[in-house]
Design a protein around this ligand. Structure first.
Ligand code: DX5
Ligand code: ZN
Length: 214
């Protein structure tokens, strides 16, 4: 199972975002992770498809949009057009997850489904044949810089047991100390936001995470 790093821009200085994305690409990020919040599914509002489209020419590293939005399907087309190669919606945000995932694949992108730490992993089980990735939130969605919730490890273990080959991503409180723990539970794609901003540079932050991958 290939271990992958997906730096999030959420905690970066948005006035220097192009520079941050270029540095992430240059430092060998596998994906760039964009946290889209609508002020409804989660309280904050972040950014939309236009910002992602404007960053797309910076380089070839694939983009993923983590949609923390209600009615996520309303936004699929816009984020695909903006240049995202993977769209992740929340299982809690739709009773029609299988249909949503299928529609993403028909648009030619990977389909990801996410669950909150408090949701039972059974919520995504029926969706597993239709998705390319499950994102297990390891903090409650909405803000960067929160403390990792070990209770979410149960969900990672459950999904890994049901889907031995699937990409399982974790998001929230990931740093060189927590990465080995989630990896051990079965995750193979790691999102990190505030750890990179706390590091001397984004490059250093990614290097420390790669070292923690072993
Ligand atoms: C939180 C977002 C995360 C966030 C993680 O709702 O989904 O992607 O950027 O930030 P850290 O790594 O600071 O927990
Ligand atoms: Zn995220």
């Amino acid at each position: 199972m290939r271990l992958q790093l997906a730096p999030s821009v959420l905690s970066c200085d948005l006035s220097r975002l192009a520079q941050a994305v270029a540095e992430m690409m240059d430092a060998g990020a596998d994906w760039i992770h964009f946290d889209v919040m609508d002020g409804q599914f989660v309280p904050p509002i972040t950014f939309g498809d236009q910002m992602i489209a404007d960053l797309r020419p910076i380089g070839p590293t694939p983009f993923e949009a983590h949609l923390m939005t209600l009615t996520p399907e309303r936004h699929f087309e816009a984020f695909v057009r903006a240049g995202c190669q993977r769209i992740i919606f929340h299982a809690e945000a739709s009773p029609h997850g299988a249909r949503l995932a299928q529609s993403l694949r028909e648009m030619g992108v990977q389909a990801g489904v996410s669950i909150n730490p408090g949701s039972p992993p059974e919520l995504v089980r029926p969706l597993l044949p239709f998705v390319d990735l499950v994102l297990v939130m390891t903090v409650n969605p909405g803000w960067g810089g929160q403390r990792f919730l070990p209770s979410a490890l149960e969900s990672v273990r459950a999904v890994r047991a049901w889907a031995p080959e699937l990409d399982i991503e974790v998001d929230g409180g990931i740093d060189p100390d927590t990465l080995p723990v989630v990896r051990e539970a079965g995750a193979n794609v790691f999102v990190a936001g505030s750890h990179l901003v706390r590091s001397p540079s984004i490059r250093d932050g990614l290097r420390s995470l790669r070292e923690a991958c072993g």
